[in-house]
Design a binder for this molecule. Structure first.
Ligand SMILES: [Zn+2]
Length: 408
């Protein structure tokens, strides 16, 4: 393994690759750093491993030492699908493509960070994991714990979609609902990890290993686009580890000399909970936690960042550094976006997952995007996870002569 240390993103303090969630000195966010000279001499992108499916073919850039500790369900290798049919309807004169992350094993992008987090926990000898989640990460952690033969406790907000709760329970996890917003579940998981000595695989920026899984869509896009770098990558974000992870992946590709420039990263929130967009629009580097009631169908990204505002600041910095931006959608725009993904692409999508697509229209209409630009949108969660649809009652017939009036 060529992962070398945990390094504080704020003060640069260096720690061994241990079970650690923040910097002792400044409480800053930690990240895994590598012996890049060694990594690159092996060319892990050009010479991927062929013995495991999905994202683990790039394990030269992931922090697990022994192959036997890798806990995988085949995550990664999600398709990149042309979304020209949507661009056409919306009158967006650009190239648009969807990276269909909802097609991961448990139906969300969270399988990438969770697979890394659980593998590292297994490697370090943990038998029990805890996670805080707005839903998708709980189902994912529960599945990977089952796969690893580990016990799993998950904390979710009591407003979490019942489809996500039942999914986590089905894998055998103990699900505990916490009153209030996501930040409170986050605190409970932290407390449990400390009190009982369990591994916390919460895939915000808390567990530094999980974010490494979020790099892997960049490596796959490198192949899928034959080395071409998208002009913009649109990512639905709560605190933003997926956005920061993808950017880290692209930065590694650049350091390896495989690409010359970075994509502009666009973070997408909803107006019902937009702490990072608010800071972006204020021109501030400081993110303030989002106060008040949150009502949105995009529950997967309604993270108020209360008490860990620094996570949002890290994401905001990444967005600005790449010449990208933050944007938020209204509920009507979210509805329009996920219906488009479903009806024009045939991808069953949860509302949260489609905000990336809706943001393309919004920025095109605001004349922010250039004609002919390549926009890649990550659609993060599967439609099976969303129970908020109002099904149209289908007609019931009992004889064939009734068909005519219904289908012609
Ligand atoms: Zn520090």
């Amino acid at each position: 393994m060529d992962a070398k240390n945990l390094t504080c993103r704020r003060c640069g303090a260096v720690y061994p690759l241990e079970n650690r969630y923040s910097c002792d000195g400044c409480k800053g966010i930690l990240e895994v750093t590598y012996d890049y000279g060694k990594v690159f001499s092996k060319n892990p992108i050009g010479n991927p491993h062929r013995d495991l499916p999905g994202m683990w073919k790039f394990r030269g850039l992931l922090p697990v030492e022994h192959k036997s500790h890798i806990v995988t369900l085949g995550e990664g290798d999600t398709p990149l699908l042309d979304a020209g049919s949507i661009a056409e309807v919306w009158g967006c004169d650009l190239e648009m493509a969807v990276k269909a992350e909802m097609l991961n094993p448990t139906g969300s992008f969270k399988d990438r960070p969770t697979s890394v987090g659980v593998s590292v926990a297994k490697e370090k000898g943990f038998e029990k994991i805890v996670v805080a989640s707005s839903g998708n990460a709980s189902a994912s952690a529960a599945a990977y714990a089952a796969r690893a033969g580990m016990e799993c406790v998950v904390f979710v907000p009591d407003s979490t979609d019942p489809n996500k709760v039942v999914q986590a329970q089905s894998y055998g996890a103990r699900v505990i609902c916490v009153k209030g917003n996501y930040s409170r579940s986050f605190d409970m998981a932290k407390l449990c990890a400390k009190r009982y000595g369990w591994a916390n695989v919460t895939s915000t920026f808390l567990n530094p290993y999980t974010v490494e899984g979020d790099k892997t869509p960049a490596y796959e896009l490198y192949y899928q686009l034959q080395g071409r770098v998208p002009d913009h990558i649109f990512v639905p974000i709560g605190s933003g580890p997926l956005l920061v992870g993808i950017l880290k992946g692209y930065e590694e590709l650049k350091r390896m000399g495989l690409i010359r420039r970075l994509p502009a990263m666009v973070g997408v929130q909803v107006t019902a909970c937009e702490p990072i967009t608010r800071a972006y629009e204020e021109g501030s580097a400081r993110v303030r936690g989002w106060e008040g009631q949150i009502e949105t169908m995009a529950g997967g990204i309604s993270d108020p960042l209360m008490g860990y505002e620094g996570d949002g600041e890290l994401t905001l910095e990444a967005v600005r550094r790449t010449g990208g931006r933050m944007v938020s959608l209204t509920e009507d725009e979210v509805r329009d976006a996920f219906r488009m993904v479903e009806t024009k692409m045939g991808l069953y999508c949860e509302p949260t997952g489609a905000v990336s697509v809706g943001a393309v229209k919004k920025l095109w209409d605001q004349r922010v995007l250039k004609k002919g630009a390549l926009a890649v949108c990550l659609t993060t969660g599967h439609g099976f996870k969303y129970s908020g649809r109002q099904p149209e009652k289908p007609p019931v017939i009992d004889s064939e002569d009734q068909i005519d009036r219904l289908v012609r």
